[in-house]
Design a protein around this ligand. Structure first.
Ligand code: IMP
Ligand code: MG
Length: 177
């Protein structure tokens, strides 16, 4: 067995994803919307979120980008676009979705990239927000849960590419790292 402690249970995540979808649907009412998921961390959250927003009256287009960031000392990571979005974002309302806002570097830079493609609006949505870790001026427009400065896994979040499959958010105890 993987040694872990559950931080946020499946039913709690499901209820929050549904209420978040309601907030998103109200905010994006009447504007054709594209959900852009940042891979790989957003995979589980986006899969649930796109179906949840449908239940709140939205039927967005969906696209993905693969990003990786390279940390240089204490500076926020420099973002590398491994795979870009394929849809034309010009004039569109975009909801950029990721697993977690940590330093904020990834979403702040990704948001600028999508605005540079001519998107009319780029809002950001994360399942988890760790505001105490912020290194850049960034606040997600939609956030599921604020958490303390803990390293968490599950529901798409990984440690060395493991534990993405856990259906809940957990902390991994020392032996499991
Ligand atoms: P940023 O520091 O806000 O740019 O976040 C970059 C990425 O770090 C996130 O998209 C996650 O993939 C990863 N990350 C940050 N905190 C955690 C964590 O607690 N667990 C797993 N991945 C994390
Ligand atoms: Mg990530």
């Amino acid at each position: 067995m993987i040694p872990y402690n559950v931080l946020i249970k499946e039913d709690v995540i499901a209820a929050r994803v549904d209420s978040l979808a309601g907030e998103i649907a109200s905010s994006f009412a009447d504007s054709p919307t594209i959900l852009v998921g940042i891979l790989r961390g957003s995979v589980v959250f986006l899969s649930d979120l796109m179906r949840a927003v449908f239940h709140h009256g939205m039927c967005p287009e969906v696209d993905f980008m693969i990003l990786s960031s390279y940390e240089e000392g204490s500076k926020p990571g420099v973002l590398c676009v491994v795979q870009d979005v394929r849809l034309d974002l010009a004039g569109k309302s975009v909801l950029l979705v990721d697993d977690i806002a940590d330093t904020g570097g990834t979403l702040a830079q990704a948001r600028e990239l999508l605005l540079a493609k001519g998107a009319a609006r780029v809002a950001t949505c994360v399942l988890l927000d760790k505001p105490s870790r912020r290194k850049v001026d960034f606040t997600p427009d939609f956030a599921g849960f604020k958490i303390d400065d803990l390293f968490v896994v599950g529901y798409g979040l990984d440690h060395a590419n493991r534990y993405r499959c856990l259906p809940f958010i957990a902390t991994v105890t020392a032996q499991g790292e």
